[in-house]
Design a binder for this molecule. Structure first.
Ligand code: NDP
Length: 300
């Protein structure tokens, strides 16, 4: 088996790479950087999928919460193109391939569901463009769509916040919590759909291997928590208080309110189809995940 992973050099991509290698896959990334295990986006366009590719995964994307980047129209375009165009390039390469891979797994986000303190979303919930994040996720999933007669099984994973020591949100929160100044964001009452890094890598592998799986999956843990409950669990795992709230206005000013919404708002997301398929989580509860995230030295 051989997998091609767009954005495979990233936080989730590295975890997926290890999961696939352990299971006997050859893995190549599509990357902007040269490297022994990388192919370039231009090369993908010109030469197509490498011969023998059995699985294609799309997970490239400019880090939307990069605190060093201001939320300018240029950066927004970058965030958009780095997801939508890369995903489209992979879909086009699949359509053009003389010998098709078996499966195309594409990542998207729970931001496709409108933030709400009362609604409960499963994979069957209707989606509509209501804000920048939902517009982006809809365009991203649209770019992944293969023609119905492509003969390639297709899975879209709407990921929650991925928790792990080496990237994403935990990397940004580790120091404030370490110094005892961590805490909930805004009121802390907003839901925080989350999944531990090992579980998202395992879920993508499950989607690749399991021929019955197709369509949309909510890539979130079954335990629904609020941001405050996360802060408490992470504080406990770090042996630190987690009392100092981060005020909403500070995030709105620092990040721009359109993207600060990722942290200040949330949605209750249920992995209904994931559970129906019988997927087993290694980290179904937040305390266990946070203990792993709090280790100073972790494998990732
Ligand atoms: P990373 O920030 O680690 O980045 C993934 C890869 O995307 C990078 O290694 C990079 O590959 C590629 N990339 C970055 N910027 C660009 C760009 N401007 N153009 C093309 N490629 C680019 O992301 P994660 O691993 O955390 O996430 C992977 C995907 O999952 C992303 O699309 C993200 O939106 C989505 N997701 C992540 C969540 C999380 O909590 N981490 C939650 C929900 C969704 P290279 O440098 O090799 O080109």
């Amino acid at each position: 088996n051989a997998a091609i992973v767009g954005g495979g050099t990233g936080f989730i991509g590295r975890a997926l790479g290890r999961q696939l290698l352990r299971n006997g896959y050859e893995v190549k990334n599509v990357s902007r950087m040269p490297g022994p295990y990388n192919i370039g986006w231009e090369e993908l366009k010109l030469s197509g999928l490498p011969a023998g590719t059995t699985a294609v995964v799309s997970m490239a994307g400019q880090n939307i919460l990069d605190p060093k980047r201001r939320w300018t129209p240029g950066f927004k375009q970058n965030v958009w193109n780095s997801r939508v165009n890369t995903t489209r390039s992979l879909a086009e390469a699949i359509v053009a391939a003389p010998k098709k891979p078996k499966v195309f797994v594409s990542i998207s986000g729970v931001g496709i569901y409108p933030p709400s303190s009362s609604a409960e979303y499963t994979e069957d919930s209707p989606v509509a463009p209501t804000d920048y994040l939902s517009e982006l996720a809809i365009a991203w999933e649209e770019a992944a769509k293969l023609p119905p007669d492509s003969g390639v099984r297709q899975v879209i994973i709407r990921s929650g916040v991925v928790l792990g020591r080496a990237g994403g949100m935990i990397q940004q929160l580790f120091l404030p919590f370490f110094f005892g100044v961590g805490g909930p964001i805004a009121s802390g009452n907003q839901y925080m759909p989350w999944i531990y890094i090992d579980d998202i890598a395992k879920l993508i592998h499950f989607a690749i291997e399991n021929e019955k799986v197709s369509g949309v999956l909510n890539g979130v843990a079954p335990q629904v928590i609020t941001n405050k409950e996360f802060a408490t669990a992470f504080g406990k795992a770090m042996w630190r208080p987690a009392l100092l709230p981060v005020p909403k206005f500070a995030l709105d000013v620092a990040f721009g309110d359109e993207r600060a919404k990722i942290m200040t708002d949330g949605q209750k997301v249920i992995p209904k189809r994931v559970l129906e398929y019988g997927f087993k989580y290694d980290y179904p509860d937040i305390d266990k995940a946070c203990v792993k995230c709090a280790r100073l030295f972790n494998d990732y």
